[in-house]
Design a protein around this ligand. Structure first.
Ligand code: 26Q
Length: 748
């Protein structure tokens, strides 16, 4: 189908008496028809991305934009009296929960944009990340029935189904293909589990609770299910095209493991080669070594996956056996290399009855990468120090990026149009925006106007979604990310309270009216995260209703934060809050989205924040807090109670957790948070994320930004400088690096 045929059919489309869903289905189906002729299989060398999460967001507008028909579709609908914004009702595809899943989506977009053959593999969950609402300030979760809207952007490939064997039952993996549209069309293939009720459970939920044995088994099944389906398919296709000379398998395939969740793929490839094709074990390992690459996304010890050997053996005996043989094979290699006992122990794949997935990945992968400079350094120096000593060449850094097509062109057409005026050609070469003169008064005032427009839109959206009216002229600070203690949303809560008390005490006469926005979902079994949500909602309730402060300070925790919400928030905010404990945020990618849209960062020297200020200047951002080195130096002697004794202001805010200022209805959330800061818990020391240590500097940084915002031109120049120096954080740059340094695949 040609473009003009597509547009003609669209013009002829009957819209009367059709609801949004019907229109959505029909237009999407038409677009699929239009693109199908360009969507062809490819048999050359390609890269494969294995990920348990894909946070695609809403596909409708993005796909129309990528097909180059967004404007025409908008006009055609306008003529029919349909506002293109009605499609904002369409649910996001939220088959992921955070940065790792959104990164996968950005990477697919960039690869298609650069015409790099990259194929995504994952799970087609029936329910994505839960839908969230607040009832009395508490998070309430509902299943995310995203398929209720239909899935017009996928094609079920029944005939390419495969059977996956577990010791106790078989499962059919049915592929659903999604087009990833850019200069070329790549594919995201998600497998759905079918066959029996117990089989279907495997692709029912994203991250089912794994605090019971049953839950753990389900997680193992999920990981093996999609890894084995993908590997089985790649091996079959290879054999059909090239025969069984498997030494050539890595010539055609470079597989990127998005964290450890797909590490079962390593064992599955070795299993197939040895069991089904009689390849010797060491040859199979050699082939696997040339095929796989591993990206680590977190150094938090509790997130490094370990599986109980006996548990795995029960449902996947052959896979368990492969891990065991891999350990022997690695053990011999380490002896030869002269590793000490303790080094071998640190690198061990199977030890004390547990399989350490990250160690398996590091041993087999050709390359191991972190996602920002500081994170990659920590991997080398700490997490994988022993492996780095013996395999230094494996280790690389690939600083994350985000796709400017969704995170700038789509969510901020106004700023994009401004860039068109002052940096022609930037859409295909983003570096060009660096040439924009941020001190030019005309440019600056256009930028100020764009930010005002986007803020107005954001406030309007919040009014519709949350029923909250915010002051028109305000500075917007935003913290939007998964809820986690290390990300320190609690520290922001304390900082807000400090500002609130100071406002009431008349200590901040020149404070520019401000809104603090939060967006986050708490994992459903994460008790403290839920307590933090409730606490912030209580603070919002107090602050927003206090007649003494409500014109100056507001707090809103938006409900059901997701990709589509993020698109509004990053475009409309002035300040990006990136305040993780130094050393713990692997990279962050929200920080990059805000930067691209002209927000300044109030943040710690952590993750990609460090590179952001390297590119955009420390003087154009508000960096505060302890560095990794400082924290290492004080860690052993740090006692938050010393701070609480001396610093009365800190004490006043922290004690709101227990002094009755706020109510958690006898649920114990707040007192538990209090104890986590003052006493610690069996598994950690008091205030292990250094909230109280960094709080005073954090408040100062927030206030400094606030006072500078009073000088609109000064502040906006800083903000614009950030935007015009953000091209390094395009995932096009990141993907070009993966393609050149890891995958060795070329543009086709
Ligand atoms: C591990 C063990 C058991 C159960 C679950 C998990 C698990 C699940 C999800 C561990 C980690 C994740 C997700 C991690 C994640 O999203 N990491 C983020 O990745 C981004 C992309 O690289 C970075 O920018 C963020 O800094 C990082 O937090």
């Amino acid at each position: 189908m040609k473009k003009n045929e597509f547009l003609k059919e669209l013009k002829d489309l009957q819209t009367e008496n059709k609801d949004v869903k019907e229109l959505y289905m029909e237009v999407s189906a038409l677009a699929m028809k239009y693109l199908s002729s360009q969507w062809r299989p490819y048999t050359g060398r390609a890269a494969y991305y294995f990920s348990i999460e894909y946070l695609m967001g809403r596909m409708f507008y993005n796909n129309l934009m990528e097909l180059g028909v967004a404007e025409q579709v908008k006009e055609i609908f306008a003529k029919k009296g349909v506002d293109i914004h009605v499609f904002e009702e369409v649910e996001d595809a939220a088959l992921g929960n955070g940065g790792l899943g959104r990164l996968a989506a950005c990477f697919l977009d960039s690869a298609a944009g650069l015409s790099i053959p990259l194929y995504g593999y994952g799970i087609r969950y029936k329910y994505g990340l839960f839908k969230q609402q607040f009832i009395n300030g508490y998070q309430v979760e509902e299943p995310d029935d995203w398929l209720a809207w239909g899935d017009p952007w996928s094609v079920r490939k029944e005939r390419e189904s495969r059977v996956i064997h577990f010791a106790d039952f078989d499962v059919t993996a049915v592929p659903y293909d999604m087009p990833i549209i850019g200069k070329r069309i790549n594919t995201l293939r998600l497998y759905q589990a079918e066959g029996s009720d117990e089989a279907a459970k495997i692709s029912e939920y994203l991250y089912p609770a794994d605090d019971t044995e049953e839950g753990k088994i389900l997680r193992i099944r999920q990981e093996y299910f999609f890894s084995a389906a993908a590997i089985g398919e790649l091996v079959d296709k290879f054999v059909q095209a090239h025969g069984t000379y498997f030494k050539r398998f890595p010539n055609y395939h470079s597989i990127q493991l998005n964290d450890t969740h797909p590490v079962m793929a390593i064992a599955e490839l070795i299993r197939i080669l040895t069991k089904e094709y009689a390849v010797g074990f060491s040859d199979a390992v050699r082939i696997a070594k040339r095929t796989f690459n591993y990206t680590n996304h977190t150094i938090l010890p509790e997130a490094l996956e370990c599986w109980d050997y006996q548990l795995l053996e029960r449902i996947l005996p052959d896979i368990a056996a492969v891990f065991k043989r891999l350990q022997s094979c690695a053990g011999r290699e380490w002896k030869k290399l002269g590793c000490t006992e303790s080094e071998s122990e640190k690198m061990a794949i199977v030890q004390d009855g547990r399989i350490r997935m990250a160690n398996a990945a590091v041993y087999v992968a050709s390359t191991v990468n972190g996602v920002a400079e500081i994170h990659s350094d920590i991997l080398k120096k700490e997490v994988f120090a022993a492996a780095y000593r013996y395999y230094p060449d494996k280790f690389q850094n690939k600083t994350n990026g985000v796709t400017q097509r969704r995170w700038l062109m789509l969510c901020n057409s106004e700023l994009s149009a401004m860039f068109d005026r002052y940096a022609a050609g930037w859409r295909s070469d983003m570096k060009k925006i660096e040439m924009i003169d941020t001190s030019d008064q005309v440019v600056l005032h256009e930028f100020i106007a764009v930010k005002e427009t986007k803020k107005k839109e954001l406030l309007q959206y919040i009014r519709e979604r949350e029923g909250i009216e915010l002051p028109k002229d305000c500075m917007v600070y935003s913290q939007i990310k998964r809820l986690h203690e290390y990300k320190r949303q609690l520290m922001t809560a304390f900082a807000i309270l400090r500002i609130y008390f100071d406002l009431k005490d008349g200590k901040l006469p020149d404070f520019y009216p401000s809104v603090f926005l939060f967006g986050a979902k708490a994992a459903s079994c994460y008790y403290r995260a839920k307590g933090i949500i409730k606490y912030i909602n209580e603070i919002a309730n107090l602050v927003n209703h206090d007649p003494q402060t409500r014109d100056k300070l507001r707090v809103v925790f938006v409900q059901n934060y997701n990709v589509s919400y993020a698109e509004k928030i990053v475009a409309g905010s002035n300040v990006s809050l990136q305040v993780s404990t130094a050393g713990l945020e692997a990279s962050g990618t929200g920080n990059m989205k805000f930067m691209m849209n002209g927000a300044v960062t109030v943040g710690t020297m952590d993750g990609a924040n460090i590179e952001i200020v390297e590119k955009a200047g420390r003087e154009n951002n508000y960096i505060f807090g302890a560095t990794v080195e400082e924290l290492t130096a004080i860690r052993d002697r740090y006692d938050p109670n010393v701070i609480l004794t001396k610093d009365l202001e800190a004490r006043r805010v922290v004690e709101t957790l227990t002094d009755g200022t706020f109510q958690d209805d006898g649920n114990g959330y707040f007192s538990e948070l209090y104890r986590s800061l003052t006493e610690g818990a069996p598994w950690h020391k008091a205030d292990n994320y250094f909230v109280l240590y960094d709080l005073p500097e954090y408040v100062n940084a927030l206030l400094k930004a606030n006072s500078e915002y009073g000088n609109k031109e000064l502040f906006s120049q800083k903000a614009l400088y950030n935007a015009t120096h953000s091209s390094y954080f395009s995932s096009d740059r990141t993907i070009a690096e993966y393609a050149a340094d890891i995958w060795k695949v070329n543009e086709i």
